[in-house]
Design a protein around this ligand. Structure first.
Ligand code: ZN
Length: 101
């Protein structure tokens, strides 16, 4: 699992194909991510007490990590490569331009 919350990604399959958005949550064990505004499902909520309103809300559903590609700010959709930083830290880099992701 290479994706992290906050990554900019593009959806490469499904009904939201081509949509670009930010990852809001990752589930490394399940290999799934939640992308803001992608794969939303309508949920009917019942009013609960006085603080919660009922109605229909949009809920972002998890999508398989293989259905999204990370987006490089220079090249667009790309794959994640690896490099070692000056301090020995592992970096995620764009395989096309080598820029840090
Ligand atoms: Zn790049």
């Amino acid at each position: 699992m290479e994706m992290r919350a906050g990554d900019q990604v593009v959806v490469i399959s499904g009904k939201d194909k081509g949509r670009q958005a930010r990852i809001s949550q990752v589930f490394p064990k399940r290999g799934k991510v939640i992308v803001e505004g992608v794969a939303t499902a309508k949920r009917h909520m019942k009013p609960r007490g006085q603080t919660m309103q009922g109605g229909i809300i949009d809920k972002d559903m998890a999508v398989d990590v293989s259905n999204v590609m990370i987006v490089c700010s220079k090249c667009g959709p790309t794959r994640i490569g690896h490099a070692e930083g000056a301090d020995g830290r592992k970096l995620r880099v764009c395989v096309k331009c080598g820029g840090e992701l």
